[in-house]
Design a protein around this ligand. Structure first.
Ligand code: HSE
Length: 438
């Protein structure tokens, strides 16, 4: 049988890694797929730029449209990112009857519903394993491996850059910007690093995970997103004193009222495996009703880890090229006409525990005022520490851990606490998850 011809859009970090893996492991991959797979076409913005891969035998162009229009190309691998040109190219590839493999989380989170509908109408596959958690096969695990379960919740460290920054700040006391620059140099960071540090990239990925876990349409606009830019070294230290680590988590949970879809820094008990996932590594914890808790761990970014997921998708496509499209695994794991209308919960209706840090005047009655406000809102305190003012300072830091409460109640309590004359500045709030499987 002739080899399947692949066109790659984008020859940057992931594109270069994909060509390398397909070339280096060609023989083994052909044994798995049942057919050879060759990259015959590729598009790159600048053809003179040095590459991490060899382009021998590949027809190169600066115009990605040429690749999606080429009748020889059976599978288009979209690795240019963004959701404007990428959307046009993917839709055109589908129209032309080509299968698509993409690592583009923004594209899938924002336009996946439309893309999958077009793909279904055309009987082609759009595969996106590399869009979530880099090399970890989490899409396949949830969509196929856990298909017998009702997924109850999932929580993940799904942005490698953010986790790398938090780890380096904690372990080496390094400066935020300095670590971010290193993540950019290593090819981990998004073109716009705000996507990493403000949680947008993680929200794209969580949106996709929630859809395949709960069988709901992709609803990126409903995700609550908070980044890591406000986390200070003090918060990291105080959390550790209390037995917790701060991780940037994406959390999605099915409740009676709807689906939680939220990304924010989170205190996690330090004994949890996921609390010890460091550097650019990602991990996703999935709780199914039958299997219980399961944890998936691996590199969340980088050329070949991401290429590993891209190539696995290409192999999957090749394996089913001759089979009946109706019987393929549905894009969002559930049949398109069986998606549920379970609503996404507003953040104010979500219930979590909290870490609070505030600067207080070191004088009698201050703590009583704070605890009264919390008590009036039905918020119960689990632990409290006070750090005395250092040197000539007159402000003490008070750190509290609370039991679970609905976010709306906490919003109101924080507002009242911040209006006290004895409190300086804003109250720092970090949500806490016990991630207890029972
Ligand atoms: N910027 C992303 C990250 C790349 O750091 O996780 C992988 O999606």
């Amino acid at each position: 049988m002739d080899p399947v011809k692949v066109g790659v859009l984008g020859l940057g970090t992931v594109g270069g890694g994909t060509v390398n893996v397909l070339q280096r492991n060609a023989e083994e991959i052909a044994r798995r797929a049942g057919r050879g797979i060759v990259v015959t076409h590729a598009a790159a913005r600048d053809l003179n730029k040095p590459r991490i891969c060899s382009t021998d035998g590949i027809t190169l162009t600066t115009d990605p449209k040429e690749v999606v229009e080429d009748p020889d190309v059976a599978i288009v691998v979209e690795l240019i990112g963004g959701d404007t040109l990428a959307l046009d190219l993917v839709m055109r590839a589908i129209e032309n009857g080509k299968h698509v493999v993409t690592a583009n989380k923004a594209l899938i989170a924002k336009h996946g519903n439309e893309i999958f509908a077009a793909a279904q109408a055309k009987g082609v596959i759009v595969a996106f394993e590399a869009a979530v958690a880099g090399g970890i096969p989490i899409i396949k695990a949830i969509r196929e491996g856990l298909a017998g379960n009702q997924i109850e919740w999932l929580a993940g460290i799904i942005n490698g850059t953010g986790n790398f920054i938090l780890t380096e700040m904690r372990d080496k006391g390094r400066d935020f910007d300095d670590v971010l620059k290193e993540a950019q140099a290593l090819g981990y960071a998004e073109a716009d690093p705000e996507f990493d540090v403000e949680g947008i990239d993680a929200a794209h990925k969580l949106t996709i995970l929630a859809s395949i876990a709960f069988g709901i349409p992709l609803q990126f606009d409903a995700a609550f997103t908070e980044g890591i830019t406000k986390i200070t070294r003090e918060d990291v230290t105080y959390a550790e004193e209390l037995g917790y680590r701060i991780k940037h988590l994406g959390v999605s949970r099915r409740t009676d009222k709807g689906v939680e879809l939220r990304v924010h820094p989170t205190l996690i008990p330090e004994r949890r495996l996921i609390a010890n996932v460091d550097g650019v590594m990602n991990a996703v914890l999935v709780q199914g009703d039958a299997v219980g808790p399961t944890l998936y761990y691996g590199a969340g970014a980088g050329d070949e880890p991401t290429a590993s997921a891209v190539v696995a998708d290409v192999v999957d496509v090749v394996r089913v090229l001759t089979s009946d499209p109706e019987n393929r695994v549905p894009h969002l794991a559930f049949q398109p006409d069986s998606l549920s209308d379970l609503p996404i919960l507003k953040m104010e209706d979500v219930e979590t525990a909290y870490y609070l840090r505030m600067q207080v005047k070191d004088e009698p009655g201050v703590l009583a005022d704070v605890t009264r406000i919390l008590g009036d809102k039905g918020i119960s305190i689990e632990a409290i520490i006070q750090k005395e003012p250092e040197g000539d300072a007159t402000q003490a830091s008070v750190i509290m851990l609370t039991h679970k409460v609905v976010e709306k109640q906490m919003d109101e309590a924080i507002k009242q606490i911040e209006s006290l004359k004895t409190i300086t500045g804003e109250v720092t709030r970090i949500r806490m998850e016990n991630l207890d499987a029972s």
